[in-house]
Design a binder for this molecule. Structure first.
Ligand SMILES: Cc1cc2nc3c(=O)[nH]c(=O)nc-3n(C[C@H](O)[C@H](O)[C@H](O)COP(=O)(O)OP(=O)(O)OC[C@H]3O[C@@H](n4cnc5c(N)ncnc54)[C@H](O)[C@@H]3O)c2cc1C
Length: 322
């Protein structure tokens, strides 16, 4: 029976929601094809994260708790991930398609001499093997692929897979030894982070996103940030604003940015280029404000307002506040 290892992601003591989508993906594969899944948590002082992951039906939650793993340095994390996969005889190793997993899992795949695919949205058993669907070309092509080799490594697109629900009980906790020499080609020096007062766009129920219509950073903060704060939402941005230096890279939604699937996506002055829509097309409800009634964003919008964002958004904020 196949054993699956899921690489859990956490930061600053918080579990990343995308991990639960990876758990759900593995759980569904186990229901369809047999076998069991194990969750691996790496870091230091990770007891609370391990506890959080115990009610999801894993055969084991594996903990690799060590001071040398306090920061997600990819060479060390990949080394332990590969060791954990060998420990449980994993034939599948899965993580969410985030920067964290994209850094670690390809290295783990190399250490395991395993094939790897990214951005998987669906998987099912096929005989003694698996077939996986993954998105290509900004979501325009869905490829069905099979991986050769005894061990397979994949990242899954969390926006396409629901988060696992708790099944009750508590999985046993196991450990992965970190006693051997860890690779140390990379050393952690410092972490600089702006105090985040808004939710992360990949986890938020509402995302308010701004495009080229916004002329400068102050206007972005006032209009996009102002509406987001009124709705308790995350902020996002098109690449046009990132390229213009108006918004940070980390806010970009789209093919080369973050992929989000909130309940509500508010597009403010965004034309709806295919590369932008690749990052938000799984949204439940799209609302768009654009002064051009022919803008492609209106083709996917459930609610559309043809208006100047500089007039409409302040009115919207004051109406919502009232
Ligand atoms: C390989 C590749 C990868 C890419 N990846 C991404 C990606 O990840 N994310 C991304 O966003 N883009 C990406 N792009 C860029 C993408 O093709 C578009 O150029 C970009 O999304 C356009 O951003 P925008 O909609 O803000 O700007 P525009 O396309 O210029 O649209 C601005 C819109 O604002 C409207 N507008 C202007 N002024 C006002 C106003 N005062 N009131 C109301 N409406 C107004 C206009 O009518 C227009 O529709 C990528 C491109 C390539 C080639």
């Amino acid at each position: 029976m196949p054993n699956t290892l899921i690489l859990a992601e956490h930061d600053q003591g918080k579990l990343k929601l995308a991990t639960l989508s990876a758990v759900e993906f593995a759980r569904q594969l186990c229901v369809a094809g047999g076998g069991s899944f194990h969750v691996l948590v790496l870091g230091h002082h990770i007891g609370p994260i391990v506890e959080l992951l115990r009610p999801y039906g894993a055969a084991q939650v594996l903990s690799a708790d060590h001071a040398d793993l306090a920061h997600p340095l990819a060479d060390r994390h990949a080394h332990i991930t590969a060791a954990a996969a060998r420990q449980i005889g994993a034939t599948l190793v899965i993580g969410a398609a985030s920067t964290f997993s994209k850094d670690i899992l390809p290295r783990a795949a190399a250490l395991l001499d395993a094939g790897m695919i990214s951005d998987v949205v669906e998987g099912r058993p096929e005989g003694a093997d698996f077939l996986f669907k993954r998105v290509l070309f900004a979501g325009n092509v869905i490829a069905t692929v099979q991986l050769e080799g005894a061990v397979k490594v994949l990242t899954i697109r969390a926006s396409a897979i629901p988060a696992a629900a708790q099944v009750g009980g508590a999985s046993p906790v196991g450990t992965v030894s970190v006693d051997g020499a860890l690779p140390c080609l990379t050393q952690f020096v410092a972490r600089e982070q702006k105090a985040a007062t808004r939710p992360d766009a990949t986890e938020a129920r509402i995302v308010v996103s701004g495009g080229r219509a916004i002329r400068n950073a102050e206007d972005f903060e006032r209009l996009v940030g102002g509406l987001a704060d009124t709705l308790g939402a995350a902020v996002g941005s098109s690449r046009a604003l990132v390229d213009a230096g108006i918004t940070a890279n980390s806010l970009q939604i789209g093919q080369t940015g973050k992929v989000v699937a909130p309940d509500l996506y508010v597009a403010i002055g965004i034309s709806g280029a295919i590369q932008h829509m690749a990052g938000m097309k799984d949204t439940k409800v799209v609302a768009a404000i654009n002064k051009d009634s022919e803008a492609p964003i209106f083709e996917v919008a459930d609610y559309g307002l043809v208006a100047d964002v500089y007039e409409a958004v302040p009115q919207l904020i004051s109406k919502l506040k009232a």
